[in-house]
Design a protein. Structure first.
Length: 438
């Protein structure tokens, strides 16, 4: 019998840890760059739209995950609804999201470690992080999820502490300084950075095969994780900007754009030797690690499913005989991630990841709408409320965000579509040449 089955060990609390952990680094870095585009009000508008998008998307996606609890996530849903070709494109977009996001976070981790220990090179630290956490994921999903839960709790606690220190100093005047510098065009330009607040929560669907009771636990994981993230997003947004205005958390002392909004905000209240400042920087590292580690886990499952069904080399679809984890997929993803982070193009890496995510969201919502018509008797332990309005809202907002992303990142958009086209043509050629492998 083929060794291609993952073990079921994940509980609702571990799913919450994974769901929040996938995303929480977005609270610590990256989102503030959207303020440069839209100002306080433009970024707030973009963030509000994205919260509505993820609220509608997450519960719609939970219906799919509960009805079709497979490690391939969006690939499996699109393949069932639209057959192989659309399934392949959706699955490839999912892999692009999950493979491109971790290198950007790894670079940020390396930068944090370099600040704390100047002798540690950024690139060397980033590569070391890949090796350590890939090994942990190979060792076992429950061990990986337990580590994720611990670092996520620490990262959440630090964000709450940050808010408790900054919000008492909130200044409405500072918050409203130059709030809408580029009008509504700035709000649209800020959308990718607002998406970074929540990017990755859909990775919960990719561990459905390893969940003890997927039909009910996946829904709980999505719901509680999303609620936690919305609260943390609001606290980070108001706590950071309200101290000294948006420019103070976008531009470092030398005038360059910064990826560290929380330390910049707290630095206006405490000097860098203060316990609270050091605590924020130290535990902030855990927030980055939580997302990096969680996305490694999700990307391994997505690549595993692609190999398992023959859309990628078959060896990717094998699990480790001892640890029952997708070791081959994890190792290949780590190798790709190291190559990507060596480019040093952090912003471009993030945007390519967002392209993949929005493609996944669009086809997933189309899959849900299609399956409701073509598979009316499919067992659905959870059905999204306010159907069809909920998935339609998620679909429309995803399309709006995708159009804005293409408009403001035309070269990267061409690169993204080029990647999709190249691998789709390879897929069609191999399927034509080797039909027996399907």
């Amino acid at each position: 019998m083929a060794n291609d089955h993952l073990s079921r060990k994940l509980t609702p609390s571990l799913l919450w840890g994974l769901g929040v952990g996938y995303v929480i680094s977005g609270m610590y870095f990256g989102w503030n760059l959207g303020l440069e585009k839209g100002g306080t009000y433009g970024m707030a508008a973009a963030t509000l739209l994205v919260i509505v998008l993820y609220s509608c998307f997450s519960f719609s996606y939970a219906e799919l995950a509960c009805a079709i609890p497979k490690a391939g996530g969006a690939y499996d849903y699109a393949e069932k609804a639209f057959q192989k070709d659309i399934g392949f494109i959706t699955g490839l977009a999912q892999i692009i999201e999950f493979v491109f996001a971790p290198p950007a976070i790894a670079i940020a981790i390396g930068a944090y470690l370099h600040l704390a220990f100047p002798a540690v090179p950024v690139l060397g630290a980033a590569i070391a992080v890949y090796l350590v956490f890939t090994s942990l994921n190979i060792y076992g999903v429950k061990a990986a999820a337990n580590v994720e839960l611990i670092v996520t709790i620490l990262a959440v606690a630090e964000l709450i502490l940050f808010a408790s220190l900054t919000i008492p100093h909130f200044s409405a005047a500072k918050f409203a300084e130059n709030p809408f510098p580029n009008g509504w065009s700035g709000a649209f330009a800020a959308l990718p950075f607002a998406i970074w607040f929540f990017l990755g929560i859909e990775g919960l669907a990719n561990v459905a095969e390893e969940t003890m009771h997927p039909q009910k636990d996946i829904l709980r994981g999505f719901g509680w994780a999303l609620l936690t993230l919305v609260i943390l997003c609001v606290l980070a947004f108001f706590g950071s900007i309200g101290v000294g205005g948006w420019k103070a958390i976008v531009y470092a002392a030398d005038g360059t754009s910064s990826d560290s909004p929380l330390p910049l905000a707290l630095g206006q209240l405490f000097n860098q030797n203060h316990l609270f400042y050091q605590l924020l920087v130290g535990i902030g590292l855990f927030g980055l690690i939580a997302s990096f580690h969680g996305l490694l886990l999700a990307s391994g499952r997505a690549s595993f499913e692609f190999g398992k069904i023959g859309n990628a080399p078959k060896f990717l679809g094998k699990v480790h005989p001892r640890f029952h984890t997708p070791a081959n997929a994890l190792l290949v993803n780590a190798a790709l991630g190291v190559l990507i982070l060596c480019t040093g193009k952090t912003a471009e890496i993030i945007i390519l990841s967002v392209f993949g995510a929005l493609t996944l969201y669009i086809f997933s919502m189309l899959s849900l709408l299609k399956l409701r018509k073509t598979e009316p008797h499919l067992h659905r332990p959870f059905q999204v409320p306010f159907y069809p309005a909920t998935p339609i809202v998620a679909l429309v907002l995803s399309i709006i965000c995708f159009i804005a992303l293409c408009y403001y990142n035309q070269v990267l958009g061409l690169i993204y579509f080029g990647i999709l086209a190249f691998f789709f043509l390879v897929f069609k050629f191999l399927k034509h040449e080797q039909p027996s492998s399907i």
